[in-house]
Design a protein around this ligand. Sequence first.
Ligand code: ATP
Ligand code: MG
Length: 454
Amino acid sequence: VRLEELIDRAALAEMLDTAAELFVVPLRVLGSDGDLIAKSGQEPSLYGYLDSFPAVRAALNDVVARLRSVDLGAGEVACKCITGAAYHALELRYDDRAIGRMVVGPFARPEWSELAAELYELEPSIRPEMAQRLLLEMPRATPEHVGRVARYLARSLDLILFSGHKALLTGNMHLAAMRDNYRELQEKNARLQQAFDRLKELDRLKSNFLATVSHELRTPLTSIIGYSEMLSEGIAGELTQEQGEFVQTIRNKGEQLLDLIKGLLDLSKLESGTMSLRKADLSAGLVIEDVAQTLAPAAKKKAINLVVRTEPGLPGIWADRERMRQVLLNLTENAIKFTPSGGTVTLSAGLTSLEAPAADDTTGLVLMVTKRTAVKLRVADTGIGIPEDERERVFDAFYQVDGSSTREQGGTGLGLSIVRRLVDAHDGTIQIEDNVPNGTVFVVTIPCRRASMV
Ligand SMILES: Nc1ncnc2c1ncn2[C@@H]1O[C@H](COP(=O)(O)OP(=O)(O)OP(=O)(O)O)[C@@H](O)[C@H]1O
Ligand SMILES: [Mg+2]
């Protein structure tokens, strides 16, 4: 331990000032290598005067150097200055080790009345009457008194050092613990980053694989569907009733498979960001009407009441017509699929707004959040509903709430994952809410064109 580490220099200087005032002697504390750590304010005016003579100053500096390095033997020693004044040096110890020294002085012994004759030899231009007058102003004390003062101060300092040491140790321990924690965190962070990169790479490979496989499957499948179509049309000769039914089944299943493959292709394009959207000013009401018309037969077959309700005078949304149709078709198909006969599916559109961050493109900084006009498309059903804790997961590819093999409804679980990604690609949002008293509401919000920002 070093003295400077245990004690605040400014606090020490303040303490020395107070003590010097009380005991009327100048005080200094030096570190173990002799460096000055703190001293009390004023040096005696005699020394100020003598300092102005270069030769004397050099001699006085020698005295100071001696005080710094003098062997303190039993712990303290009295030193004489070239002026005839005296110093007292005392070792400061902590934990059985010398960590510095305290120097008291210069002070004048009570009997001292004449400046040393060598001083005048060293510097003949010293004015005796001036020096003599300043000598009278020197602090006066007996060496015993000074020794007592020094020992008293050393003891006080010891107490201060003790608490300083304790604080230092606690601080160091705290610091070491923090360093440890920080290092641990950094290591964990690096491992996480590695895992993340690896997952990202795997995800990319998966998307590529999906895209290639789906593409390769599509071509032969189109042939299968084409040929079964030709067969059932009797192009290759009349079929018996049973043959006709078999061929029809082949065709139906082929088309189901083709839908699935199209879905996979869409998903991989959306995941890799290569799906191109032809966005235009689009009337949400028209898309809803279109979807309702397409699905009216399916709803009727299941005795489900399909209702369309759109607010008049809605602004156009900035969207790809085919893709928006796909979103609403998927949601409405689900609504019909998961609603028992006699239920109601309601498609509606209304005005709303979306919070859109206005980013500064040059810095990527989000400067402010603006409200963007948007249209809210709702697909509400009175069906079986989706439990609260499933509402995030239903958007995962291939996830179905009822994943059992005895599931009542068909499907592969791709619909909503495509819907979510399509909505994202339109800068929109999708949410699932409860319908009252039962059923589900899917709320899709798609922003209007930027120019109509409010
Ligand atoms: N309107 C709804 N009411 C109740 N459950 C729903 C509704 N919409 C979706 N779900 C649940 O979310 C799951 C995932 O829906 P998603 O559309 O992704 O798949 P799917 O309809 O089962 O199959 P696919 O759409 O690929 O033919 C469904 O299996 C169903 O459990
Ligand atoms: Mg579906």
